[in-house]
Design a protein around this ligand. Structure first.
Ligand code: BMA
Length: 355
């Protein structure tokens, strides 16, 4: 009897989001991601649907689709400046357009992931303002900026509550706040607060969203480049808060693929042992066979839900030498064939592959 009960319990733990009250849609998304992770690695692109390197909002356009004929399987969206009550994000995209594209992409059966480069609530400067080590302390309970932080979380929750489908059902998505904690370039970075404060920040945020009735969110824990699992897990808020273990790593030189292999190895292994998802949630690089061989060879070794290239910053003054990371063009047009090889590889999944 006890063994039977334990077996049922263990089974129910497999493939379930961290939120005990997760909506059916969030459960479905989690199970779908778990299944897809066994099939291959999805390709994702930040801000893919709103603009590209040389264009600004053209209906149904995407730099990835222009090149490959298909959309990415994962679309990234950014909410920085929502907390200020602005109409447009720090990347100049209107929040109403983001809402529209989230709805459209969900209808296309794509996967949605959201990031938040929120301003520094203490100094009023950007997310990259690391001039003070008091910011996280100041927004936690009893801190001088706690009420302000709550009002920012309110704006975020209110916006999340508008991300609904035609039936009014909340659209499930992956949220990756407080990212790249192992680095110290955001005000919530490793040397800018204590480990305990960082954990509290995470738990407070997730609990706040849950209290607001948001049970449709899968949460991604995230660091920048790390060399060890201890380094990776420093600041991990706990299995009850996290659904995905993710990593951001950009190509910064010859050690890159070795370090990526090492980190993705322990991240994906730890994720598996916790029944969580894993992802390479930001990456970028270019070079001969960069996508189709160097990156793919590492990705093929581990169960990784998705790999995402950061945004193709719209550049109205682009000159032919310029080129974005994703969907290479300009001076990198020579690498288009490499990206197409990556696209055609049976291991990579674009939107049509996940229907
Ligand atoms: C960064 C850069 C910035 C952008 C931010 C949020 O890495 O792309 O230009 O504002 O992400 O999207």
């Amino acid at each position: 009897m006890i063994i039977w009960a334990m077996a049922i319990h263990a089974q129910s733990k497999v493939g379930l989001p961290a939120d005990p009250q997760a909506t059916p849609e969030a459960r479905k998304l989690f199970a779908r991601l778990m299944e897809l992770q066994q099939k291959g690695v999805m390709y994702g692109h930040q801000d893919d649907l709103m603009y590209g390197f040389t264009w600004w909002y053209e209906k149904d356009r995407s730099d990835i689709k222009d090149l490959t004929g298909d959309y990415p399987a994962v679309a990234g969206f950014e909410l920085g400046h929502l907390e200020l009550g602005h109409e447009r994000s720090l990347d100049s995209v209107s929040f109403s357009q983001i809402r529209d594209q989230v709805r459209i992409f969900h209808q296309r059966n794509g996967i949605i992931t959201i990031s938040w480069h929120l301003d520094n609530p203490l100094t009023g400067k950007s997310a990259w303002d690391v001039s003070s080590r008091e910011v996280v302390t100041s927004i936690l309970p009893k801190g001088a900026n706690h009420a302000k932080f709550n009002s920012w979380l309110n704006l975020l929750a209110d916006y999340f509550l508008t991300l609904t489908d035609d039936q009014g059902t909340l659209i499930p998505f992956i949220f990756r706040p407080w990212h790249e904690h192992s680095g110290s370039f955001f005000w919530w970075g490793k040397t800018l607060c204590t480990k305990e404060e960082y954990i509290q920040l995470w738990q407070y945020t997730v609990n706040y969203m849950r209290t607001k009735g948001l049970h449709n969110i899968l949460y991604a824990y995230n660091t920048d480049r790390v060399l060890t699992l201890d380094e990776y897990l420093e600041g991990y808020p706990g299995d009850e808060y996290i659904d995905m273990l993710s990593l951001d790593m950009y190509d910064r030189g010859s050690a890159y693929f070795g370090e990526l292999d090492n980190a993705l190895g322990f991240v994906s292994k730890t994720a598996q042992s916790k029944n969580k998802l894993s992802a390479l949630s930001e990456c970028g690089g270019i070079g001969p066979n960069w996508f189709s061989e160097s990156l793919l060879n590492v990705l093929k070794k581990y169960p990784v839900s998705y790999v995402l290239n950061w945004r193709n910053t719209y550049n109205p003054r682009a000159v032919p030498e310029d080129s974005p990371y994703a969907a290479p063009s300009g001076k990198n047009a020579q690498f288009k064939a490499d990206f197409m090889k990556f696209y055609h590889d049976p291991h990579t999944l674009f939107l049509k592959d996940i229907q």
